[in-house]
Design a protein around this ligand. Sequence first.
Ligand code: PLP
Ligand code: ZN
Length: 408
Amino acid sequence: MRAKLRCVRCGAEYDVQPKMFSCPKCGGLLEVVIEPEELPPFSEFTKRSRMKGIWRFAELLPVKSGSPVTMGEGNTPLIRLEKLEKVIGVRRLYAKFEGANPTGSFKDRGMSLAVTVAKEVKARAVVAASTGNTAASAAAYSARAGLKTFLILPSGKVALGKLAQSLLHGAVVVELEGNFDAALEAVKELAKMPEFYPLNSFNPWRLEGQKTLAFELFEEIGVPDVVVVPVGNAGNISAIWKGFKELKEFGYSEALPKMVGVQAEGASPIASAFKAGLNAPLFTDSPETVATAIRIGKPVNWMKAWKAVTESGGTFEVVSDSEIIRAQRLLAREEGVAAEPAGAASLAGVVRLASEGYFNGDEVVTVVVTGHGLKDPDSVKFHPANKLTALNVEDAVEKVVSALKVVA
Ligand SMILES: *Cc1c(COP(=O)(O)O)cnc(C)c1O
Ligand SMILES: [Zn+2]
């Protein structure tokens, strides 16, 4: 591997050891420092766009693999939200629609890389705690790699689509009476055993796959002024920031975006502390939000995310569940984009920031829509539905004709 590991807390550097996830000196989390052998012009990556997936950015990834575990993840649509940008008052507003990944969330970018590593270190089995999307993605990519998959999920708190995916791909699912943070504790225990390779985002290799979102944005629109990301365990915002920093470090770009992290009111250990002017999060034991993908009380990557936001000059924002549901409706009904609730939290954050006067009106803003609406069919119940029934053909025609009068 063309990389070393560095502690985000004390800065100590280490040679790569595949199963080292925290600093032996201080216990801090590690990040991967890539050491590219060659740097092609950026246009070279774009020329490879027929080669789908994160691996077209090979020179900027830490793993050189002849046989990556891939399904063409990444290359997700960047969708201009013209109606919403007018209402919100920014120059241009885009959604990077991560719901279009193979399993319906951004987790696939990281899973492609981490499962490739798991295969290369000859792990027998992989294990992950999950609010749902990590589970679905791990189950799919590990099935493809021929690895046994074990998932620990908070019982009753995983959206239906995600649980169905995990079961469909044949993973062993353990429903734990407890929340995500407890499930993650179990994974940390299992990861100490030689048989198990962990696929949660304390595993820095996963973030190396997720940073490719920054490369794609740069390719599509250059560096946006503001990138807004829903924050749960806080890995994704850290990964995207790392991607932008590397583009600058390696001479591809000159600018950096402001990073904005959005958390849900009932699960906002980082954002609430940041807004209160503290310098560390306030962990909570009982996180609660309708956006189950970000229902996390003790975000393991908080320090990386905190650095991303402060270094970039961005901010954290807190939104209520009703603001999240409203943003989900706006995306779906004004722009045609189906987001699960957590995926709409980024837009909810932008709406909230706009109301607080955060934007000057000239910014190019990208919201990361992290997961697909299909993931969480139950969330439809929060929206007014136009659902009628008909007894026969004539009745159906009649119902439609009279409904037109109402909506027209
Ligand atoms: C995992 C996930 C998040 C949170 O990402 P973190 O890296 O844990 O901060 C947000 N939205 C969706 C849909 C997710 O699946
Ligand atoms: Zn350290």
